[in-house]
Design a protein around this ligand. Structure first.
Ligand code: ADP
Ligand code: MG
Length: 275
């Protein structure tokens, strides 16, 4: 396995409260890795730390063997782009201007805005279908449109590693699949390493090569969805009872939660509602 990112004895937290202690994690290169775990378990914190947005209390994050906290922000931004969970854009900033900001790491006083920069911006806007919104202020868009504009900015950055924190939030089902398909193609056709947080374990199972399940400040398990997603994992990580079936289209694990609901198979109903 080729490594893209490694954490070494990483401890991270806020103030004097540690969320992760001595975490050793290896994220493969050229694959789609997805963090899953219950609300508040630290997925965003871990992703932000990997992206160098949060300084570790102890230990290190290695990007191609180099400590990210010893690299300049420009150096990191050329290799790794991140879409945070709830990004905020300056008031009135247009979609086009936002996406152009993705090219910032590629500029310098020697290298001004180029034809290549314009092309990357146009490509990114097209791929996320925000080209028609180019002159609209980002803060006036719907949640889904805004999310797509931010994804476009991350794509324009044109990095080998793309980190995304719940990129499908606010999107309807069609747009969720559209974005995940886009990320899938970026991986499959362009060899990009995708590392993201998804809260839908079924979509995670369908798109990820590698799932990293987080619980209590540690990696509960890591591996292919087929090898690690089962009732025990779902119970331990999400505190939920479920049946794990096979997705009829993709053959990937598909969790069906117990609980209440309209049921047309009376016998099964008794079992799943715990009656
Ligand atoms: N900036 C912050 N300052 C203090 N505590 C925070 C901060 N951000 C997150 N937390 C806390 O850290 C824990 C993990 O948060 P987070 O990483 O956002 O979880 P997740 O993304 O898995 O839902 C939560 O208890 C949250 O309240
Ligand atoms: Mg989060």
């Amino acid at each position: 396995m080729k490594t893209s990112i490694q954490t070494k004895e990483l401890s991270i937290g806020y103030h004097d409260h540690l969320l992760f202690e001595n975490l050793n994690l290896t994220i493969p290169r050229g694959e789609i890795s997805v963090f899953v775990g219950s609300n508040g378990c630290g997925k965003s914190t871990l992703l932000r730390s990997v992206a160098r947005l949060l300084k570790p209390t102890d230990g290190s994050v290695l990007l191609e063997g180099k400590d990210v906290h010893r690299m300049s922000s420009r150096e990191v931004a050329k290799k790794m782009g991140i879409l945070p969970q709830s990004p905020i854009s300056p008031e009135g900033l247009t979609v086009h201007d936002l996406v152009k900001q993705g090219r910032y790491p590629h500029q310098s006083w020697l290298k001004r805005w180029s034809e290549e920069d314009s092309e990357k911006v146009e490509e990114a806007m097209k791929a996320t279908r925000v080209d028609e919104l180019r002159d609209r202020p980002v803060d006036e868009l719907s949640g889904g449109q805004r999310q797509r504009a931010w994804i476009a900015m991350t794509l324009a950055q044109d990095t080998d590693i793309i980190l995304l924190d719940e990129p499908t939030t606010y999107l309807d089902m069609t747009h969720q699949i559209e974005i995940l398909d886009l990320l899938f193609d970026l991986n499959e056709k362009h060899g990009r390493t995708i590392i993201m947080v998804l809260h839908d374990i079924n979509l995670a199972s369908r798109y990820a090569h590698n799932i990293i399940a987080i619980k209590d400040g540690a990696v509960f398990n890591q591996g292919t969805p087929e090898s690690i997603i089962n009732c025990e994992l779902v119970r331990a990580v999400f505190g939920m009872e479920c049946q794990v079936a096979t997705d009829p289209l993709f053959g990937t694990p598909h969790c069906i939660p117990f609980g209440k609901g309209r049921c047309v198979i009376p016998k099964v109903n008794e079992a799943i509602s715990g009656a």
